[in-house]
Ligand binder design. Structure first.
Ligand code: ZN
Length: 139
């Protein structure tokens, strides 16, 4: 598996990502599969923080072939939810975490913030969602 970020998602450009599949919701999407609008490179988005209508997402590039296979498998329906979860887990395990965070406002991707900070690796369900990351990243 090779996971590599494409050149189209470099800040300060506006985030041109299409959400293909929302995997979990927390008012706004908490976990999602998205693709670059220009080249179709796949990304895994995971909620880092949330405050009001703003969300911050961790972004990881995923292997193109594995991404396509996972989407196809999810499209087949929900007859085997566990298998779907396993595929996403495998996809995430081979993903390349990027040193930038995606900020959204009212559900629309707003901007990229590059950060040198170590982002938590915990699942979004384990994170406080208290606006502290947004406050730091939006400075
Ligand atoms: Zn691209």
């Amino acid at each position: 598996m090779t996971a590599k970020a494409c050149a189209h998602i470099e800040p300060p450009g506006a985030p041109e990502l299409n959400v293909d599949r929302v995997l979990a919701m927390q008012v706004y999407p908490a976990e999602a599969l998205a693709t670059c609008a220009s080249c179709g490179t796949g990304y895994l988005l995971e909620l880092l923080d949330m405050q009001g209508d703003q969300c911050a997402y961790r972004v990881a590039a995923v292997d193109k072939t594995a991404f396509a296979a996972t989407l196809k498998s999810l499209d087949k329906g929900s007859c085997d939810i566990q298998r779907g979860r396993d595929e996403i887990f495998n996809l995430a395990a081979g993903a390349l975490r990027l040193n930038r965070v995606l900020i959204s406002r009212a559900g629309a991707f707003n901007k990229w913030v590059v950060t040198a900070e170590n982002l938590p690796s915990d699942s979004w369900q384990e994170l406080p969602m208290d606006g502290s990351w947004l406050a730091r990243l939006n400075q």
